[in-house]
Design a protein around this ligand. Structure first.
Ligand SMILES: Nc1nc2c(c(=O)[nH]1)N=C([C@H](O)[C@H](O)COP(=O)(O)OP(=O)(O)OP(=O)(O)O)CN2
Ligand SMILES: [Zn+2]
Length: 136
């Protein structure tokens, strides 16, 4: 019997979308206001989805307190209130789009979770813009 549990978290971060191999003009054409050289911010909503079997002894798929602690230690402490372009190793050479942020978070959390769990990341950059990544 497979069950899915979700943990919702949020973090605030600044970013700038930019491709250093393009001209300023092309960056502005492609990324528009998101290319603002002085950066801009988002209130990111992060939904971590874990799928697996329920342990018959605990009734838990995973202890959500433990999952919350893992997300806080490995994701929020790294990205909350940071400038993704300037303050983080992950986005020094990677454009901090919602897609790339979701993939980075998936890779961070995958290493912290047992293989028996399926992991999907959903990341809301704005109320209307969101992405999902499940490792495939
Ligand atoms: N595929 C993607 N497209 C865009 C991304 C992205 O990460 N992936 N990101 C952006 C910018 O970060 C931008 O800041 C998004 O903000 P905005 O366009 O203002 O989004 P809203 O939903 O608030 O816009 P409304 O105009 O209110 O709908 C752009 N594209
Ligand atoms: Zn943005």
């Amino acid at each position: 019997m497979k069950v899915t549990v979700f943990r919702k978290e949020h973090f605030n971060a600044a970013h700038r979308l930019n491709n250093p191999f393009w001209s300023d003009e092309k960056n502005e054409n492609i990324f528009g206001k998101c290319n603002n050289k002085n950066f801009h911010g988002h209130n990111y909503e992060l939904i971590v989805q874990i799928r697996g079997s329920v342990d018959p002894e605990t009734g838990y798929l995973i202890d959500l307190k433990i999952l919350s602690d893992i997300i806080k230690e490995h994701v929020l402490n790294r990205f909350d209130h940071k400038n993704l372009n300037l303050d983080t190793d992950e986005f020094q050479n990677l454009n901090p789009t919602a897609e790339n942020i979701a993939v980075v978070i998936w890779n961070i959390l995958r290493k912290q979770l047992e293989d028996k769990y399926d992991l999907t990341i959903r990341l809301y950059e704005t109320e209307r813009n969101f992405v999902e990544y499940d490792g495939n």
